[in-house]
Design a protein around this ligand. Structure first.
Ligand SMILES: [Zn+2]
Length: 335
């Protein structure tokens, strides 16, 4: 019965390693079904079976479950896996060192996976960030604001009209650029030492940053400790559950490991927030004004060519919404 065979191979997620046996009886069942699938393996379902073999078990950082992570594809030498419980995507990398990665090259178009010309597009970015500040003020009108991964400080310059601002940035050049423009910015990772020096705050923003963090859950947990009760965390990141992401697969514009390590869905964002005692107060897929040069840069990269530094249209922007990026406001309860 070919149909039944297909069924078996679809379910053959279980590995025989001790990791898979931890947890539930259901997991144990899957191991047995996996063994059945091996016994009934035929050439027609070989391919499906191959990909299932690369599934593995992980404790998911978003939903906290020891769950099967389905192998989706390989991209840039990294395995991309997805938690079967909540939809969180993860890139498995070997020896990725963020400190040596986020250098000035990253922001100046020297690397195909970085920004086209971050400083050159300041005007457009600042207009965009002014909109983000307006959005944030609907949830918190003023107070202290911390930007984690503040890059060249363009957002902070817009935010400082209403907030008492500071920032953390890993790239030394970018942090130095911020300080020269009068901003209170620290170089380094958002760790206990650095956050201790900054004290508590009312608003924390991570704009297109969470997907870069080696351990986003630990970082957010740490940030929650430095957030005043009633304060908010504003996160922008891709939406791995979006139609565009699912259709484009490995070719999705935000599928760029090892630069991006985590791919949140709405469900995984909700799961992580709840488990950290935060309330999801708002989630949407905002329109964005994108510099033409960045659009051209990303299109060139997607076509498989190595992008060159782009001389055109740094000052022009285009409103874009592929509904594949989300903006989330998480609130720490007041009591
Ligand atoms: Zn999960």
């Amino acid at each position: 019965m070919p149909e039944e065979r297909t069924q078996h191979s679809e379910d053959s997620k279980g590995r025989t390693g001790p990791e898979d046996l931890r947890g539930s009886v259901a997991t144990f069942d899957r191991v047995e079904e996996g063994a059945t699938a091996i016994a009934t393996l035929s050439t027609t379902n070989h391919e499906v079976f191959e990909s299932r073999v690369r599934d593995r078990s992980h404790v998911c950082l978003a939903c906290g479950q020891a769950s099967v992570h389905r192998f989706l594809y390989r991209k840039n030498g990294c395995d991309i896996l997805r938690c079967e419980q909540c939809g969180l995507g993860r890139a498995e990398t070997m020896g990725f060192d963020p400190e040596s990665y986020y250098t000035s090259d990253y922001f100046s178009g020297e690397r195909p996976d970085g920004y086209a010309d971050y400083i050159g597009t300041e005007n457009i970015l600042r207009r965009e960030f002014a909109g983000t500040v307006e959005f944030i003020r609907k949830f918190r009108a003023s107070g202290r604001l911390l930007d984690v991964g503040c890059a060249y400080g363009f957002f902070l310059h817009e935010a400082k009209r209403f907030f008492d601002v500071s920032g953390i940035e890993l790239a030394e050049d970018a942090a130095e650029h911020c300080r020269r423009s009068g901003l209170n910015v620290f170089t380094g990772q958002a760790d206990e030492t650095l956050l201790g020096r900054l004290g508590t705050t009312d608003v924390i923003v991570l704009l297109d940053v969470i997907e870069h963090l080696p351990s986003p859950r630990d970082t957010i947990a740490l940030l929650v400790n430095h957030l005043d009760p009633g304060g908010i965390i504003v996160i922008t990141t891709g939406d791995f559950g979006s139609l565009y992401s699912r259709v484009a697969g490995a070719h999705w514009r935000l599928m760029t490991p090892p630069q991006h390590l985590w791919f949140f869905s709405q469900a995984s964002m909700q799961a992580m927030a709840t488990s950290l005692g935060l309330e999801v107060e708002h989630l949407d897929h905002p329109w964005k004004v994108v510099p033409l040069s960045l659009i051209s840069f990303q299109l060139t990269r997607m076509s498989g060519l190595r992008p060159k530094r782009i001389a055109i249209s740094n000052r022009l922007g285009l409103p874009v919404n592929l509904f594949d990026a989300m903006r989330v406001v998480l609130r720490k309860p007041s009591r």
